[in-house]
Design a protein around this ligand. Structure first.
Ligand SMILES: Cc1cc2nc3c(=O)[nH]c(=O)nc-3n(C[C@H](O)[C@H](O)[C@H](O)COP(=O)(O)O)c2cc1C
Length: 236
């Protein structure tokens, strides 16, 4: 399994914005992502204003400067899930370049960011350089990082084959809003599908993230939409 899937955690304390080389990598990755997905995600080097309020951020974030605005045309089909699916691939690539990030859907001031007419800002990623967490931070991080077992995330009509158990380990490690871990997978008649309820505004982002972590391990791709199916590589 790709190390970033296991090692990544949400970074909320930054030492500095991404370096010049990291920024160049990030901007090239955003361009590729937008072309593939139809999103209009953008890098903002000074997004500090959206994280200046202690009340809005619950004091959880420190020294946020750079952001990725995860946005797209309002009428893009499956906009929220697309943000999750493509955004998570970016998060993992950034982790490998030494850029920490945190998905943020709620605890920031959206109105401090300018979004073009006709577009929706789904959420942001804070991004930047970071240091390994201190002991106090570790206690909070571990609490926010707890995961349900795979058995709580998939229902199956047969024992899980090894490749599927491995992919579900990828799903288990996926970040989710308020760590709800709500995306549910089904293995039935030899087909994997994934879905989610709609109790939380960020749920469809979570579904996209979970599907991305699945394909990071299993290869292939995942159809978007509630109940979308896993599409293995043709040679699998
Ligand atoms: C769609 C989404 C929205 C999130 N929104 C916030 C947020 O508003 N504030 C925050 O502090 N963390 C937010 N998080 C981070 C989660 O709390 C975090 O991913 C989860 O607790 C698991 O911890 P980990 O990322 O360290 O594994 C969000 C995560 C996701 C996937």
């Amino acid at each position: 399994m790709r190390a970033a899937l296991e090692k990544r955690y949400s970074v909320r304390t930054y030492t500095a914005p991404p370096t010049e080389a990291q920024t160049a990598f990030l901007c090239a990755a955003l361009e590729k992502m937008n072309t593939a997905s139809g999103l209009t995600a953008a890098y903002l080097d000074d997004g500090a204003a959206a994280f200046a309020s202690r009340t809005k951020t619950y004091g959880m974030f420190k020294n946020v400067q750079a952001l990725i605005l995860l946005k797209g045309p309002r009428d893009l089909p499956d906009l929220c899930e697309t943000v999750g699916y493509y955004g998570q691939a970016l998060v993992l690539d950034l982790w490998e370049k030494g850029v920490g990030s945190c998905w943020v859907g709620g605890t920031f001031e959206k109105e401090k960011l300018e979004i073009p007419a006709g577009e929706d800002l789904v959420c942001v990623l804070t991004v930047g350089q970071f240091e390994a967490p201190g002991t106090k931070d570790k206690v909070i991080l571990n609490r926010l990082h707890k995961r349900k077992p795979i058995s709580a995330r998939i229902t199956a009509d047969a024992p899980l084959p090894t490749w599927l158990a491995a992919a579900m380990e990828g799903v288990r490690l996926a970040p989710s809003a308020v760590n709800a871990q709500s995306p549910q997978f089904v293995w039935q008649g030899g087909i994997v599908t994934a879905t989610i309820g709609d109790e939380h505004p960020m749920h469809l982002v979570d579904l996209g993230i979970a599907k991305q972590n699945f394909v990071q391990v299993a290869g292939g791709s995942f159809a978007l939409g509630r109940g979308g199916s896993y599409i293995p590589n043709a040679d699998a």
